[in-house]
Design a protein around this ligand. Structure first.
Ligand code: GH3
Ligand code: MG
Ligand code: MG
Length: 364
């Protein structure tokens, strides 16, 4: 009966939250691992039910997920199968630990010996280590990413993952003591999943998906805000426009994927050279815009030179150079559009005088 309650909730939850789940998947596509929501139902099965039933729950949930995926055509089959298989193994590992430590017996008895919570903790850890370990190993083998960080969950997803595991333990408690209360957990889960979705939507709306820098619209808005602040504080500021030199040649010689890697390398270089409150955007194809609050003209030129030199001397192949146009606030304008126009003209000067250099705008 309790197994049926869990299966019903797992299948019902996926069906009832299809739209949220689809959006969540859409926003997470090819951007590293996803939070494992199924743990809310699989973990309590591992903690409280016989191992065979717990594994069977995973299989049923996986079968339903495959049908659901075929209907909605949102991901690739081998990934769902791999994720499902790791889920079964993680569940079996947690089930063994729950059994061996006496945690399972404690869930069904009326007393909690002092070691039972430790057994629960060990089972949750086993579930997580097996699941995450296999998925990270699988993703590493399949993609061999340069940055191992991309194999880990983002901070928001990690918080959701932890909340999912805690809810899983709560489900184990309600399932054994007050099964009628178990469906209430689904309400909390919906809210958790929605808040994680909001964070993903915020990133998708404000960031450039290729580099993770700000997108043009967000940069415009925030640069305007910084200018208002500079005006109020009687501070200076600067705007840099950075355009990679002969970038088309990199695409034509090494392919567009290498071109994309080069764009990401430039984004990393900019982020590490600049302060955390400087605004950095990928403004167009291979153009980057930077707003530097509270810098005077000599400092802005030093920063621009440092960026130019960093890009020119980066150890990443293929070699690249960049031309940079600089505009100063308030000398060259008091609104973003004017500063942008001045920096754009300066950028053309830099291109026409041989590229790989910094040019400062002139009063219009
Ligand atoms: P210049 O020194 O005059 O700036 O020459 P350029 O080749 O850099 O400039 P141009 O504007 O002629 O070409 C820009 C190229 O940037 C063309 C396009 O193929 C490439 N590009 C734009 N966006 C992307 C992108 O997202 N990925 C890749 N790989 N290439 C891009
Ligand atoms: Mg260019
Ligand atoms: Mg360009």
């Amino acid at each position: 009966m309790r197994w049926l309650v869990l299966v019903g909730l797992a299948v019902g939850y996926t069906e009832a939250t299809s739209r949220v789940e689809l959006l969540y998947r859409y926003l997470s596509t090819d951007r590293g691992p996803r939070t494992n929501i199924v743990a809310v139902w699989a973990l309590p099965a591992a903690l409280t039910l016989p191992a065979g039933l717990a594994a069977l729950l995973n299989v049923v949930v996986l079968a339903h997920l495959l049908i659901w995926t075929a209907r909605t055509a949102s991901t690739r089959l081998h990934r769902e199968l791999f994720t499902g298989a790791t889920g079964v193994l993680a569940t079996l590992a947690a089930s063994m630990i729950s059994d061996a430590t006496g945690a399972r017996a404690a869930f069904w008895s009326f007393s909690w010996p002092w070691w039972a919570p430790l057994g629960v903790l060990a089972a949750v850890l086993a579930y997580t280590v097996v699941n995450a370990g296999l998925i990270i190993a699988g993703m590493y083998t399949a993609t061999r990413p340069v940055r191992l960080r991309s194999l880990l969950l983002s901070r928001d997803d990690f918080a959701l993952e932890c909340a999912t595991l805690v809810l899983g333990v709560f489900v184990a408690v309600t399932l054994t003591r007050t099964p009628w209360l178990t469906p209430a957990v689904a309400v909390v889960l919906v809210l958790l999943q929605r808040s994680a979705l909001v964070a993903k939507l915020r990133d998708a709306a404000t960031q450039d998906s290729k580099t993770g820098l700000l997108n043009a619209a967000t940069w415009d808005e925030r640069a305007a805000g910084e200018l208002r602040r500079a005006e109020r504080d009687h501070a200076s500021a600067a705007l840099l426009l950075i355009d990679l030199d002969h970038f088309k040649l990199i695409n034509d010689t090494h392919g567009h994927l290498a071109g994309d890697d080069a764009l990401r390398a430039v984004a990393t270089a900019l982020t590490s050279e600049l302060r955390s409150h400087d605004l950095i955007a990928r403004y167009g194809g291979e153009e980057f815009a930077v707003f530097l609050p509270a810098v005077d003209p000599p400092a802005a030129i030093t920063v621009a030179e440092r960026i130019r030199s960093r890009i020119a001397h980066a150890s990443t192949a293929p070699a690249m150079t960049a031309s940079i146009g600089v505009a100063h606030y308030p000398q060259h304008g008091t609104i973003v559009a004017d500063l942008f126009a001045v920096a754009d003209l300066a950028l053309y000067d830099a291109k026409h005088s041989g590229r790989n250099q910094v040019c400062v705008g002139t009063q219009r």
